[in-house]
Ligand binder design. Sequence first.
Ligand SMILES: Cc1cc2nc3c(=O)[nH]c(=O)nc-3n(C[C@H](O)[C@H](O)[C@H](O)COP(=O)(O)OP(=O)(O)OC[C@H]3O[C@@H](n4cnc5c(N)ncnc54)[C@H](O)[C@@H]3O)c2cc1C
Length: 323
Amino acid sequence: MSNNILIVAEGRAEGLKKVSFELVNTAQQLAAALGGAVEGVVIGSNVGAWAEALVKAGLAKVYVADDAGLGAFAPESFADALAQVIKLAQPAIVLFGATGWGKEVSARTAAKLDWGLVTDCIAAHVENGALVLTRPIYSGKAIAQVRAKSLPVMVSIRPNIVPPVEANNPAAPIEKVAVTLKEPRAKVVETVVKAKSKVDLGEANIVVSGGRGVKGPEGFAPVQELADTLGGALGASRAAVDAGWIDYTHQVGQTGKTVAPKLYIAAGISGAIQHLAGMSSSKVIVAINKDPDAPIFKIADYGVVGDLFQVLPALNGEIKKLG
Ligand SMILES: Cc1cc2nc3c(=O)[nH]c(=O)nc-3n(C[C@H](O)[C@H](O)[C@H](O)COP(=O)(O)OP(=O)(O)OC[C@H]3O[C@@H](n4cnc5c(N)ncnc54)[C@H](O)[C@@H]3O)c2cc1C
């Protein structure tokens, strides 16, 4: 085992996800403390462009497993491929994004290699030579510090916790890894692409969310309008999703997406602990609620006690005037 940190990059059709470059940032801090290097791995089919994006992120080396069997979402094969790259790279720590993809693939890879995995972390540092991870527990009610008893270990880190590194460094060498993949037991037989949201909720700098207070699907119109004016993404509480007013892909919270934008505006959302679990790390929180005792006001930086159907259009109009 080396002292190196290996980050597992994650991509989609448009290119590598921002979280890949955030992982490099965390890895660089850990590598400085451990005296190792930061390496990256890209897996998939026809992922030359992803590898080209990652090589300039200031890494010592980028492993690339490019195989037709890694094209569709195939978690068993991804874990197969990653296990082979990890055996080759011999890192002390492997970092994944705590995204849907990362959660699925990290668990499988850790089980395959019989490594420990600390999930959903919001910070990582080295203390007296030991890796210490910080992770929210009980839906964010408490924060636990977890010390890895030994290395190697795998860790998944929430997106939007640290800034991404710039990808303008000299290119790192690429090592192509020819992986042998077992026939997966589950295969994707069809992919149905949903109508795309204008802005990716998980990566947005601004999120405007609506809850049960919007009262119906049409009540999301002023929420969406403000999100559009601000160039932000549309979020929702589970109550609104469960009522069928908006698609699950917009759900923020314990059983939805975790977001940490610069600005989070919650309209008609009471502030249940399970909702807060997904947005309490936002930099500035604005709450609009007609109930002055709504729990959301306890964590809001700015609160407006009022009817969202009056406040949102008024806010939208004033922001539009600013150009
Ligand atoms: C295991 C588990 C997991 C869960 N996961 C999630 C999750 O991921 N995300 C999530 O959000 N929830 C989650 N929940 C549900 C959570 O407990 C709450 O039920 C939910 O967040 C409530 O949504 P809400 O705030 O929109 O609705 P409510 O609690 O009903 O609040 C509606 C708010 O709107 C206000 N309001 C009403 N009309 C207006 C108006 N005209 N103008 C302004 N304000 C108005 C009301 O004063 C009220 O505060 C989970 C629950 C469980 C048990």
